[in-house]
Each structure stands twice: as structure tokens, then as C-alpha cells.
Design a binder for this molecule. Structure first.
Ligand code: GLN
Length: 483
């Protein structure tokens, strides 16, 4: 029962085979019983969930439901939730009860979903393994000694282990796609501006974008229907109509032009991952797609540009945590400077401090032009590569990550090797494009993800292309043992 998809639960709810209260109780019980192994939740909101489920059941009784009414979901703890602790994985916000809902939360509530709780994440979304969380690492349900990916690792692990049928995440450099890949689920990073950032705690504002996780593409489309849309409270939100993303899932992909960036299939790519992706390409050929090699020549500059721009923006965004207005405050400061210094040094973890230092340096007088401005110019070149590519192809296909899930602790002392786990995802954020990761095979019982990259506002096309693959394969139906 708990393994069903959102689309299946939605039918069961409409047919009154199960009530939302029963469904919500089922998942709350699973969280209680199993999350001790994973640590995927920071907060479980049992009472609110049951009362939301009751209201959903009333709506269903009156036949006033949407496809998501009564569906339990989990929210990444980066989204502000009215009256509920919103920690962003940090000691800094361990005592922060948000006074309002993020627009994503408002939209999902309006669609009738039931929030089960808030999921664990890397501190301020900085990380690729969930090991930087103040609340301890999350374990990968496929192998409890391995990472689930990050920064949205709690959401990905919870969905993979069927502790929630769907969840939200955010993706600044790969944080939806990379954990989706490592946990064998589907995750979409929308076009920059498609989903409101209002109430989503900022890491690097020009890159951050919220998006959905679920077991299938169809479920991701259902969640995106509710999450996407213009929001006047977010100045970078774009006023474009939201199509019904489920309406085009079954379009044929015959004649579709798929580009394979040669730079993504080179050195550093694990050979088993490469084999799985080659098999996925064959599957698309069978479906009638035309495959061609393309080049994204500035790919090698993505990680260096990202690791200047993201820290620069984070150093500015995180300046607000000063111990004065909200969040952590050190004990007995002897003056204002001491208050600032100790509050920040006691409450931020080491990865966050590393980024603040790098970013502050890159933005300082004398270095701004050499680092920040240069990185912005490189960002334009990377975007131009994609503009060129999309004049030749409809979507771009690649692995999501160079390797399957790595061991906990394996990369914590080597930040560069950790940063390289997002090597295929980062450029997509720099260019503001949508990208999806979906299950595409296994190596030694560890999942492998395939990434599809679309043109700006090409979510419907991406979901269509991804759904056709899921109709032809069964990787996404495989479940981790013990869950
Ligand atoms: N792993 C990348 C980083 O640490 C991306 C994180 C993210 O997308 N939030 O910056």
C-alpha cells in the first residue's frame, strides 16, 4: 500500500477506498517506525497533518477535491512553514518558528496536500551528501552506509523509503537532481523563476529554485502543477501561464532530437554509470528519438564559476544572521562585536563558514573584478553554449552524477571531490534551465540517475520525454529492501 504513487493514491481517495486520515496515519506510523534508520525528518507535524487530513476528507466527501487533495507530502526544512520550526539544517535557526508560509507551502496547502513534516538537509543547502546538517547525516535507504546525496537528501530518502509519497526540494547546483539520482526517485529542478522563492531561505539567490520529488514523472508533474506560477512577492518570479503538466505526458517522442554533450561523457565518469546511460539512450532510439552528439565547450568552467558565484551570494544572504534579530544568540556577549562574532562562529558549521569566507573574499575591493565579475562573464559563456545547443536539439541527455552514492565520510575531508559530484548539474543552474533526474539503472544494487535538460520553460517537454522512458522501463518501480 505505502509504495503506491501519488496518482494511485489520488484515485483511491476519490473512490473512497481510503480516507486521507487513514493515508496520513499510515505514513506517520512509517516515519515513527523507520526514520530512526534514516534521519530524514527534522520535525514531524503529526497534529497539523491529521487535522489537514480531516479537512481534506471533508472536501472529498463534497466532491470538491483536486488531484492532490488529501495527499501527504514532506517539505524540505528550507521552506518557511507558519508556526512550525524552520531550521534550514542549521544550529543558527534551530529555535526559529517561521511566522508565515513560503509560497510553495501556501500553494501546496491550497491544492489540498497534507504536510507530514520537515525534512533534513545540508546546512543552508550547502552540500552534496547531507553530512553538513546540524541534525546529523541522512542515510541512503539503498545502503545505510552511504549518503543519500544533498542538499535535499532528507526529502529524497523519505520518498525513496516510502515515508512520504512526494516531497519538495531546492536546487542551487544540483540539490534536487543529485539526491534523486542517488536514491532512485524522480526530481525536477524547474526553470529559474517558474516556482516562487518567497519564503524559501536564500542560499544563492540567482541560482536557487524549488521543485518536486516523487517516485514517478507523473507524480512530479502533479506536484509541479500546484507549485509553479507567478508570485508578486518574488521579484524574479516570471509571469507565464502554468500549463497542465500532466496533459502532454503521453505525447510521442518520435522524431525528438536528443543531444549528448560530449564533455559530459568523458574522463571522471564511472564506466558502469556510462553503460547504464548508454542503455537509456538505446531505449530512446527504440522510441524513435534522433540522437546526436553536441558540444558544451565551457563545461569545464562550470564548477569554478559556481564556486565563486554561489559563495559570493551566500556571504551576502547569510549576513542577516547576526544574533540580533532572530536565530541563535551567544550567551553573555560583552559588546556588540562579540555578539556578532560568537553568535556566528558558534551557530554556523564549517562548510557554511568556508563558503562565507570564500564569498567575502571574492566580493572584496580589489578582488571583485578578478573573481566575481570574471565568474559572471564565464556564466554568460556557459549559458551561450546551451543557447547554441538548443538551436540543434530539443532536449539534452546525460548522467546526473559521475558515480553512484558514495560512503558516509568518504568525501567530507576533501571539499573539491565533494564539489565534483555536481559536475553535470551545476551548469543547468548557471544557465537558469530546467533539469530532471530519473532512475536509469543500478550498479551493485545502487541506483543510477539520468538527467534530461530542457530549454527555458520547457518543463512540459522534459516531463513528457521522461515519462515516455518510464513507460518503457521499470527502474523507477524498484524499491529499497527493508522499507
Ligand atoms: N552541492 C552544491 C553545493 O554545495 C549544490 C547545492 C544545492 O544545490 N543546494 O553548493
Amino acid at each position: 500500500m505505502h509504495h503506491k504513487t501519488i496518482a494511485e493514491f489520488s484515485k483511491d481517495l476519490a473512490a473512497k477506498k481510503i480516507s486521507s486520515v487513514e493515508l496520513t496515519t499510515l505514513f506517520l506510523d512509517r516515519i515513527k517506525k523507520l526514520d530512526g534508520k534514516l534521519n530524514s525528518f527534522i520535525t514531524v507535524t503529526e497534529e497539523q497533518a491529521l487535522s489537514a487530513a480531516k479537512s481534506a476528507d471533508e472536501k472529498i466527501a463534497q466532491n470538491k477535491q483536486t488531484a492532490l487533495t488529501g495527499i501527504p507530502i514532506a517539505q524540505k526544512d528550507i521552506f518557511c512553514t507558519d508556526g512550525v520550526k524552520t531550521s534550514c539544517g542549521s544550529r543558527m535557526l534551530d529555535n526559529f518558528i517561521a511566522p508565515y508560509d513560503a509560497t510553495v507551502v501556501t500553494n501546496l496547502k491550497a491544492a489540498g496536500t497534507v504536510m507530514l513534516g520537515k525534512t533534513n538537509m545540508d546546512e543552508f543547502a550547502m552540500g552534496s551528501s547531507n553530512e553538513t546538517s546540524f541534525y546529523g547525516p541522512v542515510k541512503n535507504p539503498w545502503d545505510l552506509e552511504r549518503v543519500p546525496g544533498g542538499s535535499s537528501g532528507g526529502s529524497a530518502a523519505a520518498v525513496a523509503a516510502s515515508l512520504a509519497p512526494g516531497a519538495t526540494g531546492t536546487d542551487t547546483g544540483g540539490s534536487i537532481r543529485q539526491p534523486a539520482a542517488l536514491c532512485n526517485i524522480t526530481g525536477l529542478k524547474p526553470t529559474y523563476g517558474r516556482v516562487s522563492r518567497y519564503g524559501m531561505i536564500a542560499f544563492a539567490s540567482s541560482l536557487d529554485q524549488g521543485g518536486p520529488f516523487a517516485k514517478t514523472v507523473e507524480d512530479v508533474a502533479l506536484l509541479l502543477n500546484a507549485m509553479a506560477g507567478f508570485d508578486e512577492k518574488d521579484s524574479t518570479s516570471i509571469d507565464q501561464p502554468v500549463p497542465d503538466y500532466t496533459a502532454t505526458l503521453n505525447d510521442s517522442v518520435s522524431g525528438l532530437r536528443i543531444g549528448l554533450p560530449k564533455e559530459y561523457f568523458s574522463e571522471g565518469l564511472n564506466s558502469d554509470v556510462a553503460k547504464a546511460i548508454e542503455a537509456a539512450i538505446k531505449e530512446y532510439e527504440k522510441l524513435g528519438a534522433q540522437i546526436q552528439e553536441i558540444s558544451l565547450p565551457n563545461t569545464f568552467l562550470s564548477a569554478p564559476a559556481y564556486y565563486v558565484i554561489a559563495p559570493a551570494e551566500c556571504s551576502s544572504n547569510l549576513a542577516r544572521y547576526d544574533g540580533v534579530r532572530y536565530g541563535y544568540r551567544c550567551k553573555d556577549p560583552h559588546d556588540l562585536l562579540d555578539l556578532y562574532k560568537r553568535s556566528r562562529s558558534e551557530a554556523f558549521g564549517s562548510e557554511v563558514k568556508r563558503r562565507i569566507m570564500v564569498g567575502t573574499y571574492a566580493l572584496s575591493a580589489g578582488y571583485y573584478d578578478a573573481y566575481y565579475l570574471k565568474a559572471q562573464k564565464v556564466r554568460r559563456l556557459i549559458r551561450d553554449d546551451f543557447v547554441q545547443a538548443f538551436s540543434k536539439v530539443d532536449v539534452i541527455l546525460s548522467p546526473t552524477t559521475p558515480t553512484p552514492a558514495f560512503k558516509l565520510g568518504e568525501k567530507t575531508s576533501d571539499p573539491i571531490s565533494m564539489y565534483l559530484s555536481d559536475i553535470y548539474t551545476i551548469a543547468v543552474n548557471l544557465a537558469g534551465l530546467p533539469g530532471i533526474s530519473l532512475p536509469a539503472g543500478f550498479v551493485n544494487n545502487l541506483p543510477i540517475g539520468m538527467q534530461l535538460i530542457g530549454n527555458l520553460f520547457g518543463e512540459a517537454k522534459l516531463l513528457n520525454v521522461a515519462h515516455q522512458y518510464q513507460k518503457a522501463t521499470d527502474w523507477h518501480t524498484r524499491l529499497p529492501e527493508g522499507f
